[in-house]
Design a protein around this ligand. Structure first.
Ligand code: GLA
Length: 372
């Protein structure tokens, strides 16, 4: 069965590759080696990476270009709790032990295998989040008709979940996942409370973040960097709240870094706000990542694509200033047509063909011109 699949894959590869050949090679797209390489251009500063989803992996043409442009990848959805937690199986196990957790890795396995084969690092995203996490995780017997479990049961489930994810990845892909988003988006944008209200705060309480980092550290492979990741970092009161959360996590000793999501537009936030946020957070001595960069534009015109290139360049001028602290800069997707913001054309490669946009060339030029 397995052999048959491999044979079909090789057949598809030989049939498909010639179709792409010369014309595309000459034009240069993210799918071939006809462009300069972002990975090489930024190699002296940080890893250059991207989020990739299962649908992108279905497109065989992408397999060829990715390791040329990117040195690190993140699964867009395939390692989120919704993908890894096996609710039906967990429900069965819960009849004996309500702290039991069942996990499955069919959604991400082939992406991890691909990265391993191509010599690309992986960043894990994400262990704990209020979103894309099955509601049943929080209920007695994994049954939505039952009430929430106790704090103790939820903490035991959290520890079991993190242990299984860490064990699976380091047993099957040793050394591949160099860092993890342990907790995503826990801080409230506004309102009276520092943390967003979620099933995590309701069932565990305000310290679910500290406990998640404790378990992640306990089971992570030696040397894996553990991050807290969030959006809207340059805005108050969120920035001050993120800083106070980071202070608490640093005091417990299990966090290594902060991930700036950076889902931005041209002009918003201002470069001054972004620079301020980098200054405040980097002063804490943490490692930094730009984890989910994209820059929306109003229309897919040349004028807007040039304004977008200005924004990308200005952002990278800030990132380069912090290059000694930044582990990786990752765009959130590869081509505009597959972006979660596809109607706002936020990425470095256009359409589905993956032609390089002005922002791509600007980043290549900037890396060449930048003096360390
Ligand atoms: C957030 C999450 C990502 C992704 C984007 C939207 O930033 O952290 O995993 O879901 O939203 O695609």
């Amino acid at each position: 069965m397995k052999l048959k699949r491999v044979a079909l894959f090789l057949l598809a590869l030989t049939l498909f590759l010639p179709c792409l050949s010369s014309a595309d090679e000459e034009l240069g797209t993210v799918y071939n080696k006809g462009l300069p390489s972002l990975r090489d251009a930024y190699a002296d500063y940080f890893d250059f990476g991207a989020a990739i989803t299962g649908t992108e992996m279905n497109d065989i043409s992408q397999l060829r270009g990715l390791s040329y442009q990117f040195s690190i990848l993140t699964c867009g959805n395939e390692m989120k709790p919704e993908a890894l937690l096996d609710v039906a199986e967990s429900r069965k196990l819960a009849r004996e032990d309500d702290t039991a957790v069942a996990t499955r890795f069919n959604s991400c396995k082939y992406i991890l295998k691909f990265a391993q084969g191509q010599g690309i690092k992986m960043h894990g995203h994400v262990l704990v989040w209020h979103s894309q996490t099955p509601e049943a995780f929080f209920h007695v017997g994994y049954d939505l008709k039952q009430p929430f479990v106790s704090r103790e049961v939820m903490l035991a489930r959290l520890e079991n979940y993190i242990r299984q994810v860490m064990e699976y990845t380091h047993e099957n892909f040793p050394g591949l996942i160099v860092s993890w988003d342990v907790v995503n988006e826990a801080v409230a944008d506004n309102g009276p409370n520092e943390l967003r209200e979620s099933n995590w705060t309701k069932v565990v309480g305000q310290d679910f973040i500290e406990r998640a980092f404790e378990y992640a550290r306990k089971y992570a492979e030696e040397g894996t960097l553990l991050y807290y990741n969030d959006y809207s970092t340059p805005y108050e009161p969120k920035l001050t709240r993120i800083c106070s959360l980071l202070d608490r996590l640093i005091a417990e000793g299990n966090i290594d870094g902060y991930g700036f999501q950076c889902h931005y537009s041209t002009g918003t936030p201002s470069m001054q706000q972004v620079g301020m946020a980098f200054a405040r957070i980097s002063a804490k001595g943490l490692r930094l990542r730009v984890s989910e960069l994209d820059v929306k534009i109003n229309a897919n015109t040349e004028a807007w694509r040039n304004i977008q290139a200005d924004t990308y360049e200005n952002l990278f001028r800030i990132f380069l200033r912090y290059a000694d602290k930044i582990e990786a800069v990752q765009v959130w997707g590869i081509v505009d047509s597959r972006s979660w913001l596809s109607t706002e054309y936020p990425l470095l490669f256009s359409g589905s063909h993956g032609y390089a946009k002005p922002a791509f060339y600007r980043l290549i030029q900037l890396a060449k011109a930048w003096k360390k």
